[in-house]
Write a protein that binds this ligand. Structure first.
Ligand code: 13P
Length: 265
């Protein structure tokens, strides 16, 4: 199948790493590295985004604006509420006012360690869209799910549930992150990732129609590195990557972002 042109997205989820001072040094170095390598942003190359901790966002925003860097950024989570008595929560409105373009929703670490439910995540997806942020909805099965239900059942069910509160033609990104591949050093094979990504795109078409399905970027996440990105990106339904550990190394993350220059990997 010919690959449909969607702007690839290489996204770095820093998780709870790098404080605001480290974030400035990192983003500056990343932008320089990409520039030195003549990275094409947009259709020919990849859009590059980082997801720093909340406390870094103001610093990253200031740096990106001052130096006109072509690096996007977003939050790692948002509240389903707009404002009010929700101690410790962060409103999508606050992220939007810091020029965040994206926000992660339902990362497996939020689902498992913070007990976030599909219903709550559907409200977070709707809150992101309401505030003009592009939700990056994360879905993925555990090793037990894989054994019990096969590869697609759980991610497809999570996607359907996560879209329950949106309608029309919202801009979305879906990240397929098999839980067994996160931080394990054992990425899904390109064939495995493509199989699930294709089912996720069919699900998008069923729920929100063909146009949204064709426009939505589906990322793969889980032990992505410079050595395996090119083969993943050759799959027709994989439009980018959500990178954890390898996104904390500037040279490695820049190399992943330049996947189209890798030959034979
Ligand atoms: P790793 O790339 O470290 O496996 O993490 C993936 C991830 O959780 C990105 O959100």
């Amino acid at each position: 199948m010919a690959k449909v042109k969607r702007v690839p997205l290489i996204a770095g989820n820093w998780k709870m790493n790098l404080d605001h001072l480290q974030s400035i040094a990192f983003v500056q170095k990343l932008a320089w590295t990409l520039k030195d390598a003549n990275h094409d942003f947009g259709v020919e190359g990849a859009e590059v985004a980082v997801f720093p901790p909340f406390t870094d966002l103001r610093s990253v925003q200031t740096l990106v604006a001052a130096d006109k860097l072509e690096v996007c950024f977003g939050g790692q989570d948002l509240s389903e509420h707009d404002s009010g008595a929700y101690t410790g929560e962060i409103s999508g409105a606050f992220l939007a006012s810091l020029d965040c373009r994206y926000v992660l929703v339902g990362h497996s670490e939020r689902r498992t360690m913070h007990g976030e439910t599909d219903e709550q995540l559907a409200r977070k997806v709707a809150a992101a869209v309401k505030h003009g942020l592009v939700p990056v909805l994360c879905v993925g099965e555990t090793a037990d799910d894989l054994e019990a239900h096969g590869p697609s059942a759980v991610p497809v069910a999570q996607l359907k549930a996560g879209l329950a509160e949106v309608s029309g033609t919202p801009e979305l990104v879906i990240a397929y992150e098999p839980v067994w591949a996160i931080g394990s050093g054992k990425a899904a094979t390109p064939e495995q990732a493509e199989q699930v990504a294709a089912r996720l795109r069919e699900t998008l078409a069923e729920v929100l129609g063909d146009d949204v399905a064709a426009a939505t970027r589906i990322l793969y996440g889980g032990s992505v590195k410079s050595g395996n990105i090119a083969s993943l990106m050759r799959e027709p339904n994989i439009d980018g990557a959500l990178v954890g550990g390898a996104s904390l190394d500037v040279a490695e993350f820049a190399s992943i972002s330049r996947f189209s220059k890798h030959v034979g990997t």
